[in-house]
Design a protein around this ligand. Structure first.
Ligand code: ACO
Length: 335
């Protein structure tokens, strides 16, 4: 069995900044409401006509991560791509990354676990490395939310939260058994699938039927979220996932050097921080600048924290996520 460690990180966000004040011109909302409930001040939204999509942004982040890992594109053995906003209904974005990055004809796996997408992807990549099957895996989380949001009063409870962006990590075989990914814990509870969902288009509600119905009140192709319900579950499940990881490694909360929670809502992160008695410098949040970028959020935050020198050799880094599904999980890393 081998260990796996992150050897390269990168992220990309579109240039276009959308502030809370900008949103007030589209819908009945306010900077005060958004900041008080979520901590978000601004997010990045792709502008119409831009070349950016989830795969294009994912490829941009990947080039940075591959270079920082000291690798070339031909060293990548496998691709894992997490998104809920793919360029196509099918095929998934993994194959587009393979083409855009001109990688060898390596396998490409798409992960559909929404906000937990990066944690799930990292866990899958870790298993492939542990068994010796692959040496360098490209793990990407990317989201193009802004194209699918309801930017009217009707969608304000969801739309103000989400932002666009992508992050990439290279997970590589590591000869040092004390370093790298120590554990991953993954969970799901499908009975709550409809509390945070986009229903259409689905095979049961396909595009011609939607167009034929010409029903302006049909909201099924916009994201729906039972915000309060999701919030209550998130704070519990985030904590459970972290505890599962700490226990599996005989670690205490005081051993955590850096917690990077999925950037769902600053209030959720603050709740988790308080529960584990962590100082501000032990938790990294950037939802204030980018909003919730779903599968990309942890990897963007991890990349940014690393760039700022906030993660050091031998640090215990905890990644934790919760989201649609419901799915949740944690990854514990000794850096
Ligand atoms: N601006 C102003 N008012 C608003 C807005 C808005 N953007 N959105 C909703 N409101 C109003 C509502 O209409 C409601 O008004 P009413 O009391 O007159 O009916 C009031 O504000 C309160 O609405 P709630 O939905 O109850 O607001 P809440 O305090 O729950 O905050 C929020 C909403 C921020 C979405 C919160 O519930 C939350 O963060 N939930 C968890 C999100 C999360 O973790 N998601 C998981 C990851 S996402 C993924 O997996 C894809």
């Amino acid at each position: 069995m081998y260990n796996s460690k992150i050897t390269g990180l990168g992220y990309y966000v579109p240039d276009n900044i959308v502030t809370n004040a900008d949103l007030t011109k589209m819908m009945d909302t306010s900077d005060e409401w958004i900041q008080e409930r979520t901590g978000i001040q601004e997010r990045r939204w792709i502008v119409e006509g831009s070349e950016d999509t989830s795969s294009v942004m994912g490829a941009k982040a990947s080039r940075i991560a591959i270079e920082r890992a000291g690798l070339t594109k031909d060293d990548i053995d496998f691709i894992i791509f997490a998104t809920l906003s793919p360029d196509y209904y099918f095929p998934g974005g993994g194959v587009q990354l393979q083409e855009m990055l001109d990688l060898k004809t390596v396998g490409a796996l798409d992960v559909r676990n929404q906000c937990s997408g990066f944690v799930y992807s990292l866990s899958v990549a870790d298993q492939f490395i542990k068994t010796g099957m692959y040496k360098n895996i490209l793990v990407v989380g990317a989201e193009f939310h802004s194209g699918g949001l309801d930017k009217t009063d009707r969608g304000r409870g969801v739309t103000v939260i989400f932002g666009d962006g992508a992050g990439a990590a290279i997970l590589s075989r590591c000869e040092d058994n004390n370093k790298g990914i120590l554990s991953s814990h993954l969970f799901s509870e499908g009975k709550h699938a409809q509390e945070l969902t986009v229903i259409s288009p689905s095979i049961k509600h396909w595009v011609p039927a939607i167009l034929a119905a010409n029903d302006e009140s049909d909201e099924s192709y916009f994201p729906y979220m039972n915000g309060t319900f999701v919030f209550k579950h998130a704070v519990v499940r985030f904590s459970e996932a972290i505890v599962a990881g700490l226990q599996a490694n005989s670690l205490q909360a005081s051993d955590i050097n850096m917690l990077i929670p999925h950037q769902a809502n600053l209030r959720i992160s603050q709740f988790v921080q308080k529960k584990f008695g962590l100082r501000d410098d032990q938790v990294y949040n950037n939802i204030m600048k980018y909003g919730n970028t779903t599968a990309a959020s942890i990897i963007i935050a991890l990349s940014e924290a690393w760039e700022k020198g906030k993660i050091k050799d031998n640090d215990i880094v905890v990644l934790a996520a919760f989201g649609s599904g419901f799915t949740w999980g944690s990854v514990i890393i000794r850096w």
